[in-house]
Design a binder for this molecule. Structure first.
Ligand code: 3Y8
Ligand code: NAP
Length: 249
């Protein structure tokens, strides 16, 4: 009997959840528990870590999971690596949902750096006004460049003092719009935009807004993830499960 574990936390995972639900497939949606009130999903939902690879192997056995879909964010490298190792050791088939990385187009002024760690060094020395749209997990890196005014966009209010002397915090959860991001950048007189190469649609607006305003973007490339069984879309994953998305069970 098929039972799917869907590792979520992205727009595409939400789309995957709807397809699984519509096909009547027994599936559970998994959030890490990073945000206070995650978007509800049509599937039964679990929240929180598994307890590393060993914890995930135990979960797969206990819940009799027959397939795992890794639809986590391209920067959720820890989860993807754990899922790969646990599924390999437990002999459970795994597919990773891979959204295409963004590529610069005409009018874009992007500086690509290998990882988030290299972003502060790519910022100018004279004081600038930087839109930091990378969430809050790596904010500490920017304490190396305290001279800038940072505008931070977070999902939840920070629970601790931010390590930046000159910062404005905006609370918002995506997906975002170009108009909204143009207005935000104008209102805060942004001179530089910082982003992760997340791909997908939910975080794309700020790049189009930056192009509209002729602003430079400093972007971190995504980590290399294990496993070569990947899918670029919901229908491909459903076919991998042996279900045609539009035919249902
Ligand atoms: C907890 C689930 C949906 C999913 C929506 C996508 C789109 C909007 C854009 C900006 C960039 C950022 C951040 C972002 C986006 C979608 C998607 C995406 C970027 C939620 C969610 C969870 C998270 C975790 C959160 C991280 C943070 C990253 C904010 C829910 C809303 C910056 C990534 O406060 C924290 O600790 C936040 C942590 C991981 C990155 C970071 O390092 O701080 N996402 N985001 C998931 C869980 O618990 O498992 O609350 O509903 C999901 C979404 N965030 O169904 O509509 O699919 O990417 N999320 C980035 O891309 O750079 C915001 O502001 O422009
Ligand atoms: P991460 O660094 O890759 O993973 C750290 C640990 O968090 C994992 O080892 C696991 O804990 C737990 N975890 C992560 N995703 C989980 C999930 N979907 N279900 C259950 N446990 C999970 O993760 P992250 O980058 O902090 O991302 C956390 C969540 O936010 C993910 O759902 C991801 O899709 C979403 N998200 C992340 C980003 C981003 O920029 N990183 C952007 C948008 C959405 P254990 O080891 O205890 O199992």
């Amino acid at each position: 009997m098929m039972r799917v574990l869907l590792l979520g936390g992205t727009t595409e995972a939400g789309q995957m959840a709807t397809a699984l639900f519509d096909a009547g497939i027994d599936a559970v949606y998994s959030y890490a528990g990073r945000t206070k009130s995650p978007v509800p999903q049509p599937l039964s939902t679990r929240i929180g870590g598994f307890g590393g690879v060993a914890g995930l192997i135990e979960y797969l056995g206990e819940k009799k999971i027959t397939h795992v879909i890794d639809a986590t964010h391209p920067f959720a490298a820890g989860m993807s690596k754990n899922a790969f190792a646990a599924c390999r050791d437990a002999g459970v088939p795994l597919i990773r949902f891979e959204r295409a990385p963004w590529a610069a187009g005409p009018g874009d002024n992007w500086t690509l750096v290998p990882t988030i760690n290299e972003i502060p060094a790519a910022l100018p020395d004279p004081p600038a006004r930087v839109f930091l749209a990378i969430g809050k997990q790596q904010i500490g890196l920017f304490a190396a460049k305290p001279q800038h005014h940072y505008v931070l966009r977070l999902v939840d209010a920070p629970d601790a003092e931010l390590p930046l002397p000159d910062v404005t915090v905006l609370l918002a959860r995506g997906p975002f719009t170009i108009q909204g991001d143009v207005a935000l950048m104008q209102e805060h007189a942004i001179t530089h935009v910082v982003a992760k190469n997340a791909g997908g649609v939910g975080a794309r607006a700020k790049l189009d807004a930056a192009r509209t305003l002729g602003l430079p973007v400093i972007m971190a490339n995504r980590p290399i993830l294990p496993g070569d069984v990947t899918a670029g879309g919901v229908a491909e994953v459903m076919a991998w499960l042996g279900h045609d998305a539009d035919r249902g069970v």
